[in-house]
Design a protein around this ligand. Structure first.
Ligand code: NAP
Length: 486
């Protein structure tokens, strides 16, 4: 049983009210957390603002703390994986992969902290800059409010805390209501690793109460949000005082070309399309298959999907566990049934098992207007549609307001490169599932999928201000009209 108090400015704080956290699989209580009030939010933001005024630790100290956190996460990897599996229902092996990726995120953030440097300005490049030398300096942008979703309760939290700390920014984190335990476990590690007081607060509680209290504080200069498009866009509208960085939803398309290695495509989509029961923002969803190979591909896919073990997330042999809430499972089931009513066929799956898990499902003869294709399903479903050629596949894949990641399986280099240039998404995978992400890549979306790129080397820029320093060489020189004023 894991129990946590709030972390406010590096100190653990008890509260009157607490919330039990239950396993989505057994519905048993696996832990409990303190429930923050708006007063706690005020104290956390004040502590962060005070820490910022006192100054961030030096770059090498930030890097040391990030590297120490990485070592501690590695030492406690089993506990982290178990905690993720218990509170989110993510299968243990998938949770272990998340813990390994968290270590990468910490490592890449430490590297950014060590090598963070401005650049030399080429003043000699025009007569306006003659006789000047210049360079830029970086400063932390300010207090960061980080808000994270339930589906990667460790690594998506790390993707905010670590680059922000690498930049020297204090963070107040509000983790997802369903999965706060892993965030607190990580916070414990960060405190032990040497995060200075004031640089980290973690507040669990009602999002409708503490959410606006946190994001609305004027000291908060950056709101870093990962979650649904609806909430992300409402935060952008209601918080004009802050920069709102968003990592949002997707209804991920993948094209299977006639020239593709169909066996490999089927194996990769079966392995990744259902991991964490499809509850990943880049879980493959809309599958556009050339009609000439559709039947062969569907046979291969159904065979692979049929091999997936569904059930207890704590069983190391489980591939697919429960969805986070029964309501979400019932919504996905409803969309499957609606698609069937409109003419789609269930190739495999489509039922709920006795333990409440929705079976991994493949639908065929899907049309673009069905919810399973038009909206983000966020469940264990691949929605297959036959297409005549690559033109049609690219047109349908792009016919969405989302733009996070997309993929193509093809044996034709030209088709792959054409898809890479014409698919309007933040990431395009060729002969890899669009569910692929590594922590050293830029990751983020266009349009309704978000406005930023995470991955420490990109994310750190979002937390920094840049100042140019202009140095007059020699004894002074005159201030002429050229190059002066804006
Ligand atoms: P969600 O319902 O939007 O919740 C995300 C976070 O926002 C949670 O911590 C939630 O708190 C909080 N929140 C809700 N209302 C708020 C408010 N008014 N003010 C401040 N915070 C508020 O999303 P989810 O169900 O956890 O996650 C699924 C969604 O996230 C999917 O759409 C998925 O595509 C997206 N996602 C995107 C990425 C990406 O990188 N692009 C990655 C993962 C997930 P409570 O939980 O306490 O309500």
């Amino acid at each position: 049983m894991r129990t946590y108090q709030l972390l406010i400015g590096g100190k653990w704080v008890a509260t009157d009210e607490r919330k039990e956290i239950r396993s989505p699989y057994t519905e048993q209580v696996v832990g409990s957390v303190a429930v923050a009030t708006t007063d706690h939010v005020g104290k956390a933001v004040d502590a962060a603002a005070a820490a910022l005024r006192d100054g961030a630790p030096a770059q090498h100290e930030r890097a040391d703390a990030l590297e120490a956190a990485r070592r501690l996460v590695a030492e406690r990897a089993d506990d982290f994986a178990r905690c993720i599996a218990e509170e989110s229902g993510k299968p243990l092996t998938t949770a272990q992969a998340e813990v390994a990726r968290c270590q990468d995120t910490l490592l890449f953030s430490a590297i950014e902290a060590r090598k963070l440097a401005g650049s030399v300005v080429p003043f000699e490049g025009s007569s306006a800059g003659a006789g000047k030398l210049g360079f830029t300096l970086y400063h932390p942008k300010g207090v960061v409010a980080a808000i994270t979703p339930f589906n990667f309760p460790l690594n998506l939290v790390t993707h905010k805390l670590a680059p922000a700390f690498a930049a020297g920014c204090p963070v107040v984190l509000k983790p997802a209501g369903d999965t706060p335990l892993t965030a607190y476990l990580l916070a414990e590690v960060m405190v032990e690793a040497g995060w200075p007081e004031g640089f980290l607060s973690v507040l669990s509680g009602s999002s409708s109460t503490i959410g606006p209290a946190l994001t609305g504080r004027p000291e908060v200069k950056v709101i870093s949000f990962t979650g649904s498009t609806e909430i992300g866009q409402s935060l952008q509208e209601s918080n004009p005082h802050a920069e709102v960085l968003t990592e949002l939803g997707n209804n991920t398309p993948v094209i299977v070309d006639a020239s593709a290695d169909l066996e490999s495509a089927a194996a990769k989509l079966a392995a990744t399309g259902y991991s964490f029961a499809g509850q990943s923002c880049i879980s493959a969803q809309r599958v556009y298959v050339m009609s000439s190979v559709k039947d062969t591909f569907l046979d291969l896919l159904a065979a692979k999907v049929g091999e997936l073990q569904v059930g207890d997330p704590l069983d190391p042999d489980t591939d697919v566990g429960p969805m986070i809430r029964p309501d979400d499972r019932d919504r996905v089931l409803r969309w499957i049934n609606e698609a069937q009513d409109a003419g789609a066929k269930v190739v495999i799956g489509g039922e709920v098992n006795d333990d409440g898990c929705l079976q991994p499902t493949v639908l065929d003869d899907v049309t673009p207007d069905m919810k399973v294709s038009a909206e983000e399903i966020f469940g264990p479903v691949l929605a297959v549609q036959a297409v005549a050629d690559l033109d049609e596949a690219i047109r349908l894949a792009n016919d969405t307001s989302y733009g996070l990641q997309a993929g193509i399986f093809t044996g034709d280099l030209n088709a792959g490169l054409r898809a890479a240039t014409e698919l309007q998404f933040g990431g395009v995978t060729i002969n890899e599932s669009p569910t692929f992400r590594a922590d050293q890549q830029p990751y983020g979306g266009m349009r309704d999928s978000g406005n930023t790129r995470e991955g420490p080397a990109w994310a750190i820029r979002d937390y920094l201000e840049e100042t140019v320093v202009v140095l007059q060489l020699g004894a002074g020189g005159g201030a002429g009209p050229v190059g002066s004023g804006s």
